[in-house]
Design a protein around this ligand. Structure first.
Ligand SMILES: C[S@@+](CC[C@H](N)C(=O)[O-])C[C@H]1O[C@@H](n2cnc3c(N)ncnc32)[C@H](O)[C@@H]1O
Length: 227
């Protein structure tokens, strides 16, 4: 296989609604060394989209009344640090990383992007690794998708954010659109109960040159947490 042909391997492509979280860890541990090559070759843009939404929110002065570069941010499913790198370039200096794969986190750590690295799966029950309302903003690119993260984990992400803070994420349309998978209904339930307010939802290209067409599009979503 030439370098240009390195794309998502079978173990990743096989992840489905019934995959245990351990399969996602194995897939990313296996991909870690060539993740950035895979990302380049598939034209992956999750980190760029999330930081774009973050920039847009920061420019809308009504989101944070007094935005500071030391605001506490969590990058969920941080991988090798795509988001961390872009936030560091913007001067943010209080960013933590959470990821299921220690191999991915090791690569991020070598770039000195994060204050703290948490190796843990994002799950749909209480996660002791993160306090309630610990973060001003939580960003999550390419991570909440069937086969990797259960829909109920979205409620954990909402829990991590302080009232007034933001949760920004991408989710592939093939996870979000089928109502029976539960991702869209979980988001809407949190809107209906007043937990958060939708500020942005756009259909965007996630991979410019994916292995398979189902990987091409995502939604880029921003919620403002209210309580
Ligand atoms: C597509 S990569 C995206 C990496 C990074 N966010 C970016 O945009 O460059 C998905 C990341 O999510 C992590 N991941 C997958 N399932 C996870 C889970 N259940 N909990 C936490 N992290 C998970 C993987 O290890 C991987 O680093």
């Amino acid at each position: 296989m030439t370098t240009a042909e390195i794309k998502y391997p079978k173990r990743f492509l096989d992840l489905n609604m019934n995959s245990p979280v351990e399969d996602s860890k194995l897939a990313y541990d296996e991909m870690a060394a060539c993740w950035e090559k895979i990302s380049d070759n598939t034209g992956y843009k999750g980190h760029i989209l999330c930081v774009e939404a973050f920039d847009r929110a920061m420019q809308a002065k009504d989101v944070y009344s007094n935005p500071r570069k030391d605001m506490k941010i969590l990058d969920v499913g941080a991988g090798t640090g795509g988001i961390g790198e872009m936030l560091k370039a913007r001067g943010y200096n209080n960013v933590d990383a959470l990821d299921i794969s220690q191999e991915m986190l090791n690569l991020a750590a070598s770039k000195n992007l994060y204050k703290k690295s948490i190796c843990a799966p994002l799950i749909d029950t209480h996660m002791k690794e993160v306090e309630t309302a610990e973060y001003d903003a939580v960003l999550c690119a390419g991570t909440i998708v069937y086969g990797q993260v259960k829909p109920g984990a979205i409620e954990q992400c909402a829990r991590f954010v302080k009232p007034g803070g933001l949760f920004i994420f991408t989710i592939r349309v093939d996870s979000y659109d089928p109502v029976e998978y539960g991702y869209s209904t979980t988001c809407e339930k949190l809107e209906k109960t007043g937990k958060w307010l939708k500020m942005l939802k756009e259909r965007r290209e996630l991979h410019a040159t994916p292995n398979e067409e189902r990987l091409r599009y995502c939604y880029l979503i921003t919620y403002k947490v209210l309580q």
